[in-house]
Design a protein around this ligand. Structure first.
Ligand code: MLT
Ligand code: ZN
Length: 471
C-alpha cells in the first residue's frame, strides 16, 4: 500500500487518538526494529508501530484498520525466519510486547493463561516454579513470544517427545479481521462440538486474527536427562543410530549438525568439542532417565553403534553445565552463521524417508552449489532439516539470492517428490510464499484463501503472507 504524506499524518493522528501517543511510534529506529523479523533479505517499510495493552484496544485497532483499509502486521518477538512478521508495504505493526502478563495458573487443570507477549523462557521459568513443565522449546526462547509461537505453530528441539505448539494450546482468545472477539475451546480437554476453530488460528501467521490471550497446557517435568554427543562419519549412520535408540529408549531430542556447522560455532564461542574424533556429522541426543536401566541400555547401544561403524566417537555430558555446553554446539549455529546472510531452507520429509532423501538432496546441493558453503543442521528425529547456504563475501546480496533462487526449483521439486514440506517449522510468510505450491495443492491453497476471506473480508490482517489474496 502507498500512502501519501497527508494521509499518513491523518492516520497517525487518528492512531494517537486511539492509543496514548507514547504507544504509537514512527521513528526510523523503531520502524527498522519492529518492521522485520530475523529473516535477512526483505527490507522493512512499515508506516507505524503500535503497542496495545488490552483486548479492547486490539479490537479498536482492527476497527480502525477496517475503516481506513489499513493493513496490520501482528508482531511478537520477531524471531521468525520467513518474513511472516515483516512489514514491507506500509503496514501498521501491532506489537504485542506490552500484553505480557501471566494471568492465571491452575494446577488442577494443569494450565496457564497468558497474554500473547509473554516471552517463551519467562513462561517456562514461571511454570517450572509451579512444579510443572512447558515443553515447547527452541534456541530463540529468550526473545520469542507465546503469541508468535501460536501464530507459527512453533516446533523446536523437543517435538520428538512433546509435539508442536498446537498440542499445548488448550484455549485461545482472538480478535478476527472483522473485529469480533472469539473465545475458542476455553481450556477444555474434551470438546466435540463441531469444527475446532482454535486449530485454524494456530499456524495461520496472523492472517485470520490477532491473538489476545491463550490458555496453555503444562505437564509434569521430565525425569533427569542424559545428553549425548556422537560423531557420525556417514549420512547413512544418522538414521541407523536414530532407529536403534528410538526403538528402545525414551528420546527427548535427536538433533544433527555437520562439521561445518560445528566449526562456525567453535570459532566464535570459546566452546570446545568434547569428541576425540571429528566426523562429517554429529548427533546430539537427549534421553529421559525414566528408570535406572536407561543409562546401561544407552551404553550398550553406544558400544554397538561403534562396532557397526555408525559412529566414530561419543561423549556423555557429566554435569548439567556440560549438558548445556553440548546443547550450545547445536543451538548456537544460527547465530554463528548469521554474519554470512544465509539463505535458509527449512524442510521436512517423513522420518522413514530421511536416509534416501538426504542422499538425493546431498547430490543436488553438491552439483548446484559447488562453490557455496552449505551448513546443514536440524531436528532430524522429526524429519526436519535446516539448510543454510552462506553468502560468499565476493557476491552482492542480490547476485547471491539470484543464484539461490535458481536452485530452489530443483530442491523443492525433490521435496515434492517425497511429499515433504517446503517449510517444516519456520512458516511461509513472504519468504516461502513462492514455493507453497510444492507442498500444498491448488485446491488447498484456494480453500485457505476462502477461509481468510471469512475471517478477514477486508484483507487487513497480514495481507500477502502465506499466499496472495485474489482481491
Ligand atoms: C533452529 O533449529 O536452530 C532454528 O529453527 C533456527 C534456524 O533454523 O536457524
Ligand atoms: Zn529449527
Amino acid at each position: 500500500m502507498t500512502t501519501n504524506s497527508n494521509n499518513a499524518s491523518q492516520l497517525m493522528d487518528s492512531l494517537c487518538a486511539l492509543l496514548e501517543p507514547s504507544r504509537v511510534t514512527w521513528s526510523s529506529t523503531d520502524l527498522e526494529k519492529y518492521g522485520k523479523d530475523w529473516s535477512k533479505h526483505i527490507q522493512p517499510s512499515p508506516l507505524a508501530i503500535v503497542f496495545p495493552k488490552t483486548r479492547d484496544e486490539v479490537q479498536q485497532l482492527v476497527q480502525w484498520a477496517r475503516h481506513h483499509r489499513q493493513p496490520l502486521v501482528p508482531s511478537g518477538g520477531r524471531t521468525g525466519l520467513s518474513g511472516g512478521a515483516t512489514a514491507a508495504r506500509g503496514e501498521v505493526v501491532v506489537s504485542m510486547e506490552k500484553m505480557n502478563h501471566i494471568l492465571d495458573f491452575n494446577p488442577i487443570d494443569q494450565s496457564v493463561t497468558v497474554e500473547p507477549g509473554v516471552v517463551t523462557e519467562a513462561l517456562q521459568n514461571y511454570v517450572r516454579e509451579q512444579g510443572f513443565y512447558f515443553p515447547v522449546d527452541f534456541a530463540a526462547r529468550g526473545s520469542s513470544q507465546i503469541g508468535g509461537n501460536i501464530a507459527t505453530n512453533a516446533g523446536g528441539i523437543k517435538v520428538l517427545r512433546y509435539g508442536l505448539m498446537r498440542q499445548w494450546v488448550a484455549g485461545l482468545e482472538v480478535v478476527t479481521g472483522q473485529g469480533e472477539l472469539l473465545q475458542l475451546n476455553q481450556g477444555l480437554i474434551k470438546n466435540a462440538t463441531g469444527y475446532d476453530l482454535r486449530q485454524l488460528f494456530i499456524g495461520s501467521e496472523g492472517t485470520l486474527g490477532l491473538i489476545t490471550q491463550a490458555t496453555l497446557a503444562v505437564t509434569r517435568p521430565p525425569q533427569d536427562a542424559m545428553v549425548l554427543l556422537f560423531s557420525v562419519p556417514e549420512l547413512d549412520g544418522l538414521m541407523k543410530l536414530y532407529q536403534s535408540f528410538r526403538s528402545q529408549l525414551p528420546l527427548l531430542a535427536f538433533e544433527m549438525f555437520t562439521d561445518k556447522a560445528l566449526g562456525y560455532v567453535l570459532k566464535g564461542s570459546g566452546l570446545t568439542c568434547p569428541l576425540q574424533a571429528r566426523s562429517n556429522f554429529y548427533v546430539l541426543m537427549e534421553l529421559e532417565k525414566v528408570s535406572s536401566d536407561v543409562e546401561d541400555k544407552a551404553m550398550d547401544l553406544f558400544s554397538s553403534a561403534l562396532e557397526q561403524g555408525w559412529i566414530a566417537d561419543g561423549a556423555l555430558a557429566q554435569s548439567p553445565q556440560q549438558a548445556r555446553e553440548f546443547w550450545r554446539l547445536r543451538e548456537d549455529i544460527t547465530e554463528a552463521t548469521s554474519f554470512a546472510e544465509p539463505y535458509k531452507n527449512d524442510i521436512s520429509v517423513r522420518v522413514s524417508q530421511v536416509p534416501e532423501f538426504l542422499l538425493e538432496m546431498d547430490g543436488v546441493l553438491n552439483t548446484h552449489y559447488p562453490d557455496f558453503e552449505v551448513v546443514w543442521f536440524g531436528h532430524i528425529g522429526d524429519g526436519n532439516l535446516h539448510i543454510s547456504i552462506l553468502k560468499p563475501g565476493s557476491l552482492s546480496s542480490q547476485e547471491f539470492l539470484d543464484r539461490c533462487h535458481r536452485v530452489d526449483e530443483l530442491l523443492f521439486s525433490l521435496i515434492q517428490k517425497y511429499e515433504g514440506s517446503v517449510s517444516a517449522e519456520h512458516g511461509v510468510g513472504l519468504v516461502k510464499k513462492p514455493h507453497l505450491q510444492f507442498s500444498r495443492s491448488p485446491a488447498e491453497i484456494e480453500l485457505m484463501r476462502q477461509i481468510k476471506g471469512l475471517f478477514d473480508p477486508d484483507g487487513i490482517l497480514n495481507p500477502g503472507k502465506i499466499f496472495d489474496s485474489l482481491t
